[in-house]
Design a protein around this ligand. Structure first.
Ligand code: 5GP
Length: 174
């Protein structure tokens, strides 16, 4: 059955404004540090990372990691499918996530990337389901806190439905 978006959570304009604010905060924090490596987590973060990276006014490099973390509705074991190309030792690294739910994916990524000895490691998530987060993970930059609902759009999908919508909406749980 075709899914439908029940309601809009964040409009295109709201997202653009908030991404601009995040980019300003990140630019200010990293201005004196030299190059920052932005690591986008595929697939969900590709649109967020594209917009965020273009709004930064500091020296930056873009990398991607792909993980598979969801099997059905519950978050299970996290597995890396694609790794970054470059060496991150001694580099300032910012993980760019679409959404933090249980936090298990971010915890896994922090563990792996920390072991590679970056100069610093911070995290940025466009959306955070604070009530659903069980893993103890630091999120240094959060776009919007949201409730425990399934959202699509702006890179986020439900079985590929909704991924390229320009806004973020809640889908009907059927
Ligand atoms: P966590 O490991 O934090 O439970 O899950 C993180 C991943 O689950 C996200 O990167 C995303 O792929 C997926 N996810 C969690 N909640 C949502 C949601 O509401 N919508 C979509 N599209 N993906 C979600």
């Amino acid at each position: 059955m075709q899914k439908t978006v029940r309601s809009t959570l964040f409009s295109e304009e709201q997202i653009e404004r908030r991404v601009g604010e995040l980019a300003k905060a990140i630019s200010d924090d990293y201005r004196d540090k030299g190059n920052v490596v932005l690591i986008g987590i595929l697939k969900g973060s590709f649109i967020f990372l594209a917009d965020l990276s273009r709004k930064l006014d500091i020296d930056r490099t873009v990398e991607f990691i792909a993980v598979s973390s969801y099997h059905g509705a519950t978050s299970g074991a996290v597995r890396m499918i694609m790794d970054v190309r470059g060496d991150i030792a001694g580099r300032h690294v910012l993980i760019v996530e679409d959404i933090v739910d249980t936090g298990n994916t971010l915890k896994y990524l922090i563990q792996i990337l920390k072991s590679r000895n970056p100069a610093s490691l911070k995290t940025c998530a466009l959306l955070h389901k604070a009530e659903a987060t069980v893993a103890d993970v630091p999120i240094d930059y959060v776009g919007f806190p949201i409730g425990d609902e399934w959202v699509v759009g702006y890179g986020l999908d439900y079985d590929e439905f909704g991924r390229t919508l320009p806004y973020i909406g809640v889908i009907d749980p059927d």
